[in-house]
Design a protein around this ligand. Structure first.
Ligand code: FAD
Length: 492
């Protein structure tokens, strides 16, 4: 303890760790509690997956590029940080997105909500599905709801309700942007519980999603800049690092240990004699139950710990203290993205929309392409074009790791096939994100509850959160950071 202050160590300085720190500090101030926060990250900079690059007048995102505006935790945080005026929405003229099918771009049918049709006529007209496929989807109106309670796979659920064509040609490529996963392995309860709830309540997924859409009240966005008020996706004009920088500034008293990996968590109350002996010595010095060991040999006393590292890294740290089978059950998919900048004049192609996604059946290496400069006007100088191509998904874990020249050749080949672009880019930026997309397995919610209960019993004061738990999107990570901050502060 520092005086009477609780020492809290946060492992990981991504959005989960930073928002945990921010809400810890704010709540502690509100409650008049003294705390001392140390945040440790093996990376040299804060932000984790968030990584904005400013280059030659372009704003380039190497990780996430935006967030869903209806998930309010991030907008509330932006307001608390005083950066809401920096928010911006997508280009109103660049909203249409497409799905590639038989090497032709098909406009995403109007009314599609997360791949679920909610308007019948545009769905009936799409060239993405055969008549058989469309009729199969409409069977959803009459097929009885599943009688068993409990979790099932997202792919199993969607296939059962809407048929395999909708899954393979629409839902899977669309949702791949979020999970890059195999829908047959992802938990519906942990990813889109609203789908299962719609079936339960309305006996039909389509009916349920239509009703949700009607009932959904648009949140009050009047405090946002005009261009951001009605946009489904938002970002910051200077890129998502704006949020990281603002959080950094808002935590003046937080101690930072950057470029330092945590290599061990020691518990003075551990059963293991050697560990407990070392832990006891630490405790005698600091009065804190836990000691966090860093790669450089430094040892940080901690009364409470918040672990926000990805599940497989968290398991490495926690396994000596507590069974982490549930963390090991979360697979991660590796992805990479390739950003290409062009001179508009040399491109010979114009885009009407935000980009397209690609079903596996097309046999391409790229899984999606965002027409970044059309979707987000602030990202590029007016005479330039910015494209972002994605590679890697469950079933293709080779492409993200190809050497640069081979990866570029594969991407440029697909860019030529799909958009007939042959111009040489002005520059390219390749970002590999190994094991970056957590795959919530069937049963995930029960698993994480069990893990947390076990941790509360065996390692009280150590809390765990992050994208591996209850939502991978930035707003979900922020909401979870806020929740874990409250839990950590109130735990003894
Ligand atoms: P991370 O950002 O991974 O942070 C964890 C931190 O822990 C890292 O900084 C790491 O260095 C550190 N760490 C790990 N082990 C140790 C250790 N032993 N010691 C010290 N530090 C350690 N979400 C959206 O909302 N919108 C998007 O557009 C979007 N696009 C995405 C695109 C890609 C390519 C990816 C990969 C994700 C995307 N996401 C998006 C999801 C979102 O970016 C992530 O879920 C979120 O950023 C994860 O934040 P986090 O803090 O939980 O984890």
């Amino acid at each position: 303890r520092i005086g009477e202050a609780d020492r809290i160590v946060i492992i990981g300085g991504g959005i989960s760790g930073l928002s945990s720190a921010f809400y810890l500090q704010r709540e502690a101030e509100r409650q008049g509690k003294a705390i001392h926060i140390t945040l440790v990250d093996s990376a040299e900079v804060l932000g984790g997956k968030i990584n904005t690059l400013q280059r030659d007048g372009f704003v380039i995102e190497r990780g996430p590029d935006s967030f869903l505006s209806r998930k309010l935790a991030i907008i509330e945080l932006a307001k608390e940080l005083g950066i809401e005026s920096e928010l911006t929405g997508t280009n109103p003229k660049g909203k249409q997105s497409y799905i590639l099918f038989k090497n032709k771009l098909h406009a995403m049918p109007q009314g599609l909500v997360l791949g679920i049709p909610t308007e019948i006529m545009p769905f009936a007209r799409t060239g993405l599905l055969s008549w058989g496929g469309k009729l199969r989807a409409l069977l959803d109106f009459v097929k009885p709801a599943r009688s068993e309670a409990g979790d099932e796979s997202l792919g199993g659920f969607l296939g059962r309700r809407l048929g395999t064509q909708v899954v393979q040609r629409i839902a899977e490529p669309l949702l791949a942007g979020i999970y890059a996963g195999d829908l047959n392995k992802l938990s519906i309860q942990a990813t889109f519980p609203q789908f299962a709830a719609a079936e339960r309540k309305h006996g039909s997924l389509i009916r349920g999603m239509r009703s949700n859409k009607k009932l959904a009240k648009a949140p009050d966005m009047s405090m946002l800049p005009e261009g951001a008020r009605s946009s489904v996706f938002l970002t910051f004009k200077g890129g998502l690092s704006t949020l990281v920088d603002a959080l950094d500034r808002a935590l003046p008293d937080m101690e930072r240990k950057l470029g330092q990996a945590v290599i061990g968590i020691h518990d003075s109350a551990a059963g293991d004699e050697a560990a407990s002996f070392a832990g006891m010595a630490d405790r005698e010095q600091s009065g804190s139950r836990y000691t966090i060991e860093l790669a450089n040999g430094e040892r940080l006393p901690a009364d409470k710990v918040i672990v926000t590292a990805p599940a497989f890294q968290a398991a490495e740290l926690l396994e000596p203290l507590v069974d982490c089978a549930e963390l090991r059950a979360i697979d991660y998919v590796s992805v990479a993205n390739v950003v290409m900048a062009f001179d508009k004049a040399s491109l010979g192609v114009t885009f009407k929309g935000s980009g397209f996604v690609i079903p596996r059946s097309e046999g391409l290496r790229i899984t999606a392409c965002t027409w970044t400069s059309t979707k987000w006007l602030h990202t590029s100088p007016g005479d330039k074009v910015l494209l972002r191509c994605y590679v890697g998904r469950a079933g293709d874990q080779i492409t993200p790791f190809l050497p640069d020249d081979q990866l570029m050749a594969a991407v440029r080949e697909d860019v030529k096939k799909t958009m007939n672009i042959t111009a040489a880019p002005l520059f390219t930026e390749i970002t590999r994100l190994p094991r970056s997309m957590p795959q919530y397995p069937v049963g995930h919610l029960g698993h994480t509850k069990r893990l947390r209960e076990r941790m509360a019993q065996q390692v009280p004061g150590i809390h765990i959160t992050g994208a591996a738990f209850d939502g991978v999107g930035l707003p979900d990570c922020i909401r979870q950071g806020k929740e874990i901050a409250a839990a950590a502060l109130s735990s003894s």
